[in-house]
Design a protein around this ligand. Structure first.
Ligand code: IMP
Ligand code: MG
Length: 182
């Protein structure tokens, strides 16, 4: 039996390998560790579900500081491959972020609409600071400018999957970032 990650018999092209992801996360973790070394116990890493669950799991282990993990579930309205900027909170944080230093962890900044909405929402809750960390950035599609404080990789204008990113909820478990030629 041939075992494969994909449902159809169509291979994925690897855009970013497991090794490259691992190496970049080590660098991001080291940078964040340095930048937040003086914030005491007030660091909150906020995983934006579902797309960033794998990235967050690896990133927090590369941050050598005391921190808390929080999760926020959001759903962006729009068609399957394009968000509309209308964002619904499907699961909210379990603890207040007032006076905390928050790092929002996203899978990808595409149009920027989702991250823009989220950053505004979090700012209204009076954190000490909010920064954005995203594994991927697809600058070709930007509609709203958002400042990415910590960025893994810039990607071309292709629909990418794997390492947490999905298409119709599939392929989040690919260990690499890939795409399928259409
Ligand atoms: P934005 O609001 O357009 O920036 O979209 C952000 C969300 O759209 C991400 O958190 C992803 O869930 C999804 N998304 C955008 N581009 C891709 C992609 O290439 N692959 C998988 N999901 C994507
Ligand atoms: Mg998604």
């Amino acid at each position: 039996m041939t075992v494969s990650f994909n449902r159809e018999n169509k291979p994925f092209d690897v855009l970013i390998s497991e090794d490259k992801i691992r190496a970049r996360i080590a660098e991001l973790g080291a940078q964040i560790t340095k930048d937040y070394a003086d914030t005491g116990h007030d660091l909150v890493v906020l995983c934006v579900l579902k797309g960033s669950f794998i990235f967050t799991a690896d990133l927090v282990r590369a941050i050598h500081l005391p921190l808390r993990c929080e999760f926020i579930g959001i759903r962006s309205y729009g068609d399957e491959t394009k968000s509309s900027g209308e964002v619904q909170i499907t699961a909210d944080l379990t603890h207040p972020i007032q006076d905390k230093h928050v790092i929002v962890v996203e899978d990808i900044i595409d149009t920027g609409l989702t991250a823009h909405f989220l950053l505004e929402l979090l700012s209204s809750r009076h954190p000490a600071s909010v920064k954005l960390c995203s594994l991927l950035h697809k600058p070709d599609r930007a509609e709203k400018h958002v400042n990415i404080d910590y960025l893994g990789f810039t990607v071309p204008n292709k629909f990418v999957v794997g390492y947490g990113l999905d298409v119709a909820q599939q392929y989040r478990n690919l260990p690499f970032i890939g795409y399928q030629e259409s």
